[in-house]
Design a binder for this molecule. Structure first.
Ligand code: UTP
Length: 291
């Protein structure tokens, strides 16, 4: 299975990050010194996917602007000896090819993916949620691609979720097929901890066959008129096998204030230029708090 395109749905309202998301699209909020969207595009490139379809909406033109060339700024950075930052800026705009499509109404993640159908065409593709930041030695998307290629089928990323948080996830009923790989028997969106079919929650990376578009077209929207991606995948499962991969790595939900801070601190602690000073400050601050 060859996958050339990644769809990044970025047209949502970002209400959990109001009021800042009123003025700055949530996908451009910074983790240390680059927008979360930057990490997602880097992850796609690291997994060998260069064609990026970004689903945007009214008021979010800054998403496209971010990938415009900035030769003057890059030159300034290079003159200051900050060539690595200039290279990171250049990489995402030169190695990736972008297509922007517009979602006119926020009718859910499934609808955002469906909006990208003409840009994707009749080929398997990836979906990457920009507020799910996955810090992994092998890019999470690359791990999923390997499984999709091995089974020639759609694959969703899953992680183990503690019972008290499972109600925030789509949860799979798994059948073990290999270490960390499952055949998905069924999926339940936001179950209670008592009726969850497992502790494996779906997170924001998917490899999907193009038949999911037709499935999405047949899904009945939920109570708020929203089209859920998991409902489309559940319908796809009636005609095709779908697998799940428990990826290696740490995932941060950067779509809410606490998750955004945790992701930023965790990424900064790993940076040689910032980590030592931040670690010292955190230790001193915690020690002061404990009195
Ligand atoms: P989220 O539910 O995390 O994002 O969707 P949201 O709706 O923007 O945020 P909250 O819940 O109001 O705080 C995951 C991704 O799907 C996109 C979002 O932009 C986000 O990146 N999305 C969601 C769309 O593109 N369109 C939609 O209709 C809904």
């Amino acid at each position: 299975m060859d996958v050339h395109k990644a769809v990044i749905p970025a047209a949502g309202l970002g209400t959990r990050l109001l009021p800042v998301s009123k003025a700055v699209p949530k996908e451009l909020l910074p983790l240390v010194d680059r927008p979360m969207l930057h990490y997602i595009v880097e992850e796609a490139l690291d997994a060998g996917i260069t064609q990026i379809v970004i689903v945007t909406s009214q008021g979010k033109d800054a998403l496209a602007d971010y990938f415009d060339p900035a030769p003057y700024l890059e030159k300034v950075l290079e003159e200051r000896g900050e060539g690595a930052t200039a290279a990171a800026m250049r990489r995402v705009r030169t190695e990736a090819e972008f297509i922007f499509v517009r979602q006119h109404e926020q009718l859910g993640l499934g609808h955002a993916v469906y909006t990208a159908r003409h840009a994707v065409g009749d080929e398997p593709f990836a979906v990457m949620l920009p507020d799910d930041i996955i810090d992994a030695p092998t890019p999470a998307l690359g791990q999923l691609l390997a499984t999709a290629q091995q089974y020639n089928a759609s694959v969703v990323a899953v992680e183990e979720v503690p019972p008290e948080r499972i109600s925030g996830y789509g949860v799979i009923e798994p059948e073990d097929v290999a270490d960390g790989v499952y055949r998905v028997l069924s999926m339940v969106e936001k179950p209670t901890q008592y009726n969850a079919p497992s502790n494996l929650g779906i997170v924001g990376r998917y490899i999907l066959t193009p038949e999911v578009f037709s499935a999405l077209n047949h899904v009945t929207p939920g109570a708020k008129g929203e089209l859920q991606l998991t409902d489309g995948i559940a319908l796809l499962m009636e005609t095709q096998a779908v697998y799940a991969r428990r990826f290696e790595g740490i995932r941060h939900d950067a779509g809410n204030p606490l998750g955004l801070i945790k992701a930023s601190v965790s990424l900064a602690l790993k940076r040689p230029d910032l980590g030592p000073a931040l670690r010292k400050w955190l230790q001193e601050t915690l020690a002061q708090e404990q009195g």
